[in-house]
Design a protein around this ligand. Structure first.
Ligand code: AGP
Length: 622
């Protein structure tokens, strides 16, 4: 879950390395480091615990010169967030430097063997094992007269021999002290791409560092290794040898990844939702057939018509979107839907009926548990499709097809616009399957009309920002929150609680409102606010009754209600009014004030909004 970068070409490498790590910092921010080789041949390593800014300040004082280098920002898996455990790690006595994203499961046994061979370890990391392992394969290579003529094949073999001994996942880049004209990058399980420039190459964990440098990228697949010089890129597969590589065009600019006038990426992405929802729907309605259309649904209408059961799997916020999808798909398509935590599904081995279609829902497309659950269901012969936001991600690559969210880069660790886009795409899937089954033409057109009004209604919900900020400051000192909703607003309550937990570190729980009486109501007191999601709908009166149960125990109530709802306004301590929408779209509208509430409470508590403690944007380890 770390971020790694590499550069080779005519520029000073440090400039791209530091800028790239800043863009990748959402992948982990426990420590950071770079290594370069100067024109004079000096291998320089600079690394420190903490944020990129701390490293940048260090480099201001002691730059790392050179036109080749590697860099890393860390999410600690093995060993504390210390200077010693920061990457890059050196192999042997400094024959190479290496940065790594992933987890090596058999590192202890390899470490014991290498210590037996006389290697000294300077860190607690699994990564240092790889550096020494490659060093142990390098012995004798220095005698190679012209490594370039040999296309660096001896180095490739040394790296491949070392990698063959690893169990686990990696995306890594190796910088060789004796051969500064080449970098070797390799992937198995962790994402890695190469940016192709003219007379230069860039390596990164994802595309965000490349915006503004090049728009030509090569996605490395598992078990592929890239031999990268300033002028050349060669891709070698572990088993198949040399492979041709496709160059893709980056689908976003640096403006998409820059903060602009916002204080935080999370706030920027909250306010981007009218556009991201418009993008999610653009060109995806078939007005002649009153249905939705998706270019990436690679199964034929006949195959999709024969689907009798949907299985949705995901993690975190995406799992909450899947729960919303369950309500939407069952109500619009009348198809039975099961929602599974991916981390459970990958090992639970449930009986899956033959006419089941799996959707893996994931913003990043790299979440290890979701990838593994999808692979497991695919291995059993079921069709698997992905709902994903990152073009070319591993899950998008391995699924049989899918739907891109088109929400643009989501950099804030707390997911916001991806959630509402996921719920919108799931509603459109409900329309698609509904029209394949029982939904009439006019019903289809009504649903399309409701969906098309969504961006404007979200824009109106965003206008509650000032009111939400006032409410947030009122409750910012509370240490426990309850989020309550019914039907499709129950998963939204879960999502609201997760947002608050993630960025303000306040304990919060989401519940179906009627569940309170069965225990959680014991938590209610003057200092524990309950956030009620109660837009108009077929369970409104039931939720109102639940609200009165809380008021009867002096629990403060913040209610998200439809504009003009006077009844709830009289009862709740604070209300946030949002535009009315059809019930299957309510989670998209009611989640907006919940995102803003979490954001403003976290700001009031002085929390690091975009880099919340202990978290990372994409969980690529199990
Ligand atoms: C949400 O704010 C978190 N960042 C996290 O729960 C996230 O949703 C989860 O890790 C799944 O990520 P994915 O959608 O990229 O697969």
């Amino acid at each position: 879950m770390c971020g790694i970068v590499g550069y080779i070409g005519p520029r000073e490498a440090e400039e791209f390395l530091v800028a790239g790590l800043r863009r990748l910092e959402y992948r982990g921010y426990d420590s950071a480091g770079v290594a370069t080789i100067s024109p004079e041949g000096a291998l320089t390593v600079a690394k420190t615990r903490g944020r990129i800014e701390r490293l940048a300040a260090q480099l201001e004082e002691t730059p790392t010169p050179g036109q080749v280098g590697i860099g890393h920002t860390r999410w600690a898996t093995h060993g504390q967030a210390t200077d010693e455990n920061a990457h890059p790690h050196l192999g042997g006595s400094g024959t190479l430097a290496l940065v790594h994203n992933g987890v090596i499961e058999n590192f202890q046994s390899l470490k014991r063997r290498l210590e037996g061979d006389g290697y000294q370890f300077h860190s607690e990391t699994d990564t240092e094992v790889i550096a020494h392992l490659i060093d142990s394969q390098l012995a004798g290579q220095s005698a190679v007269d012209d490594m370039a003529d040999a296309h660096y094949q001896p180095l490739v073999e040394a790296v491949q021999t070392a990698l063959a001994q690893l169990q686990g996942t990696y995306g890594l880049v190796v910088l060789f002290h004796q051969w500064p004209e080449v970098l070797i990058a390799a992937r198995s399980g962790s994402p890695l791409i190469v940016g192709v420039g003219s007379g230069e190459h860039f390596i990164a964990s994802d595309a965000s560092p490349l915006a503004g440098y090049t728009d030509k990228i090569v996605y490395l697949a598992d078990h592929e290794l890239a031999v990268v010089t300033a002028d050349n890129l060669r891709v070698v597969h572990r088993d198949e040898g040399h492979v041709t590589h496709d160059i893709h065009v980056l689908d976003f600019e640096s403006g998409d990844v820059d903060l602009g006038d916002y204080d935080h990426y999370m706030l920027k992405e909250i306010f981007e939702q009218p556009e991201s929802l418009t993008n999610a729907m653009r060109g995806r309605f078939d007005f002649d057939a009153a249905t939705a259309k998706f270019g990436g649904l690679t199964l034929s209408p006949q195959q999709l018509r024969s689907v009798q059961r949907l299985l949705l799997t995901a993690c975190g916020t995406s799992w909450h979107a899947a729960l919303v999808g369950e309500y939407q798909l069952e109500s619009l398509a009348r198809l039975p839907v099961e929602v599974e935590y991916a981390s459970e599904l990958r090992y639970r081995n449930p009986p899956i009926q033959s006419d089941t279609l799996l959707f893996a829902i994931t913003q990043s497309g790299e979440t290890a548990d979701t990838l593994a659950a999808m692979r497991e269901v695919k291995r059993k012969g079921h069709p698997v499709l992905a709902i994903n936001n990152v073009v070319g991600s591993t899950i998008a690559h391995e699924a049989d097809g899918g739907i891109y969210l088109r929400a643009g880069p989501e950099i804030g660790v707390a997911s916001t616009k991806a959630f509402t886009s996921q719920c919108t795409v799931l509603a459109m899937l409900g329309l698609y399957f509904g029209r394949l089954h029982h939904l009439s033409f006019s019903a289809g057109m009504r649903i399309i009309a409701e969906l098309q009004e969504l961006p404007d209604k979200v824009r109106r919900a965003l206008q509650t920002n000032d009111e939400v900020r006032r409410i947030a400051r009122k409750y910012a000192d509370c240490d426990n929150f309850l989020y309550l909703g019914r039907q499709a607003n129950f998963p939204t309550a879960l999502e609201g609680a997760l947002k608050l937990k993630e960025i303000s570190y306040i304990h919060a729980e989401g519940y179906p409102a009627a569940e309170m009486k069965h225990g959680p109501i014991a938590l209610v007191d003057r200092h524990t606010p309950s956030v009620f999601l109660m837009p108009q709908g077929h369970v409104y009166d039931k939720v109102m009754a639940n609200l009165q149960e809380i008021k009867a125990r002096n629990g403060p109530v913040i209610a998200v209600i439809c504009e003009g709802d006077m009844e709830a306004s009289k009862l709740a301590d604070d209300v946030i009014e949002v535009p009315a929408v059809e019930e299957f779209l309510q989670p998209i509208i009611t989640s907006i004030p919940l995102q803003l509430l979490a954001y403003h409470i976290a700001v009031a508590r002085g929390c690091d909004i975009d880099r919340p403690r202990n978290l990372a944007k994409s969980v690529t380890v199990e």
